[in-house]
Every structure is written in structure tokens, then in C-alpha cells.
Design a protein around this ligand. Structure first.
Ligand code: C2E
Ligand code: CA
Ligand code: CA
Ligand code: CA
Length: 277
């Protein structure tokens, strides 16, 4: 399916049945959404290809709107970024994801990572490392189980400052992955300069991986490059067995996609997890 473009004029259209409200109204509603507890996280498993074990989950935000129903992130994250609302929303996401992962661990499930998408606007906040450290402290979740997904747009920022922030996060024990890898316009030098743990191959490359197209070459090259750089590699958007086998044969570490599971509410995800014995 065509991705909803990150264009403010497409907000709530065409998926919204109700006539789109004015932008101001949406902004005001978004502001109240956090206070009113209307945001919800769904979790999508990341599965190790060799073992079949769930090694992590990605937290993905949705807006449970009282009138409009479940609104996907593509329809409100861009506006949140424009208005600065991404800061409180992003903190809520971090806190909720860490709290949930801690709760799973306390319930006796095998410890795993929780991956949280971090907007570049959040990353640029002067106190971001402090904020994240506070959230870890407050929720009691061990930093080694937190992964931050950042995009290649991070490489367009002041490199010195980015490296300092990433090093501080690494010092805390947090892992960093590059999301939508291969879709940005940046040079690859950041792979050498930034302390990162993982690349996530964008699902646009995984889609046609078994259809004899260039995508297979691109995905294979990303996996080989990641291995040589000692980075883990996760394939996004794996939808069928053939894609899974292809990736496994090429040495991809993990996969995430509808073939294994869609993003699920926390309660439903629990049933996929195994207890420590
Ligand atoms: P993303 O980080 O690339 O997340 C993966 C998206 O692909 C998710 O869409 C997920 O539901 C979808 N997906 C997973 N497996 C498959 C598959 O097999 N096939 C297909 N066709 N799609 C699959 P979702 O949840 O709608 O999120 C869209 C984007 O919104 C995310 O893309 C991310 O960029 C952003 N987003 C979501 N939650 C947050 C958040 O808490 N903070 C920020 N800053 N951005 C978020
Ligand atoms: Ca992501
Ligand atoms: Ca992605
Ligand atoms: Ca994406």
C-alpha cells in the first residue's frame, strides 16, 4: 500500500470518514490527547532468524480518538513535529514503553529489548539524555533493554553534537538503531563515526526481495556491509516465508513484519512471549 505522505494537508484524509477538522482544532485536540490518555502503544515483535526467538519489540504509537477511532501515527506525528507536541508525546511513548517492558520482565517473561522511535526533534533537545535517564530511573527498566530508533536524517545535524549525545546514550547502556536504512539522502560516513548497534533495512527493499529485482542486491549488500561493520541487521516489513528464507540465507540477524505478527496491544503481545523457566 502507498504510504501516507508526510504532508500536513493530507492530515486525516482520505482515511477519515468524518470531515477533516481545521488544523488548529487538530492541534488543540492533539494537545489534550496526552492529558486525556488517548494515546496507546502497540508492540511489534522482532524475531531472531536463527533461533526463532523474540529478542525485542518495537513500540508504535496510535491515537485512540474518542470520535474518529484509531488514528495511525503517519496522520499525527508530522504535525506533532511541526508544533513541538512531539516532545511531550515522545516522552509519554518512552515512559510507557519502558514501564511496559519492565512489567513484562516482572511478570516472568524472558527479558527483551523495547525499541522506541525517537524523532530528530526529540534528539536535538538539549536535555534529551537527562530526560531518558530519568525515565529509566523512574520506571526501573535496565538501560540495556532500551533501543532508540533514529533515522538517517540525524546525519544531517551537527555531527559533533550528535556524536556527543550518542556517546552519552551509549554510556547509559542504551542501544541505537538506524531506522528505514537506505532511504535517506545522507552519506554513509556516519556509519563509521556514530556509535550505533543496528541497521533496519527499510521495508521498501524487502518487498520485492524475491522477485528478481535490484532490491535483492540492495538488501544483500546492506546485510554484508552491516556484518563487516559489526552491526546487527534487522529486516522490516517481512510479509512471507520466501522473504524470510532469503534474508536468513544472507545472514540477516532479525526480522520484523506481518509474517510473524502485526503490531499488537500489550495484552495480546504477552501471549507470544515465553516465560523464563
Ligand atoms: P516505522 O518506524 O518504519 O515503523 C514500521 C511501520 O511499518 C509501522 O507502521 C508498522 O505497523 C509497519 N509494518 C510493520 N510490519 C509491516 C509489514 O510486514 N508490512 C507493512 N506493509 N507494514 C508493516 P505504523 O505503526 O503505522 O508507523 C508508521 C511510522 O510512524 C513509523 O514507521 C514511525 O516512523 C512513526 N512512528 C510510530 N510510532 C512513533 C513514535 O512513538 N514516535 C515517533 N517519532 N514516530 C513514530
Ligand atoms: Ca521504527
Ligand atoms: Ca522503519
Ligand atoms: Ca518506514
Amino acid at each position: 500500500a502507498k504510504e501516507v505522505s508526510r504532508n500536513k494537508y493530507e492530515l486525516f484524509a482520505p482515511t477519515m470518514s468524518v470531515q477533516a477538522s481545521g488544523r488548529l482544532t487538530i492541534e488543540q485536540e492533539l494537545r489534550k490527547a496526552v492529558e486525556r490518555d488517548e494515546l496507546v502503544l502497540h508492540y511489534q515483535p522482532q524475531v531472531q532468524l536463527q533461533s526463532g526467538l523474540i529478542t525485542g519489540v518495537e513500540a508504535l504509537v496510535r491515537w485512540q480518538h474518542p470520535k474518529r477511532g484509531m488514528i495511525p501515527p503517519a496522520e499525527f506525528i508530522p504535525l506533532s513535529e511541526e508544533t513541538g507536541m512531539i516532545i511531550p508525546i515522545g516522552e509519554w511513548v518512552l515512559r510507557t514503553a519502558c514501564r511496559q517492558n519492565k512489567a513484562w520482565q516482572e511478570a516472568g517473561y524472558a527479558p527483551m529489548r523495547v525499541a522506541v522511535n525517537l524523532s530528530v526533534y526529540q534528539f536535538k533537545q538539549p536535555h534529551i539524555v537527562h530526560t531518558i535517564a530519568e525515565i529509566l530511573h523512574e520506571t526501573g527498566m535496565d538501560a540495556i533493554y532500551l533501543e532508540l530508533e533514529i533515522t538517517e536524517s540525524i546525519a544531517m545535524q551537527n555531527a559533533e553534537q550528535v556524536i556527543i549525545t550518542l556517546e552519552e546514550l551509549k554510556q547509559l547502556g542504551i542501544q541505537i538503531s538506524i531506522d528505514d536504512f537506505g532511504t535517506g539522502y545522507s552519506s554513509l560516513s556516519y556509519l563509521r563515526d556514530f556509535p550505533i548497534n543496528r541497521l533496519k533495512i527499510d521495508r521498501s527493499f524487502v518487498n520485492d526481495i524475491t522477485n528478481g529485482k535490484d532490491d535483492a542486491v540492495i538488501a544483500t549488500s546492506i546485510i554484508a556491509m552491516a556484518k563487516n561493520l559489526n552491526l546487527e541487521v534487522v529486516a522490516e516489513g517481512v510479509e512471507n516465508e520466501q522473504q524470510l528464507q532469503f534474508l536468513k540465507n544472507k545472514g540477516c540477524n532479525e526480522m520484523q513484519g506481518y509474517f510473524f505478527s502485526k503490531p499488537l496491544p500489550a495484552e495480546s503481545l504477552s501471549s507470544l512471549l515465553s516465560k523464563v523457566t
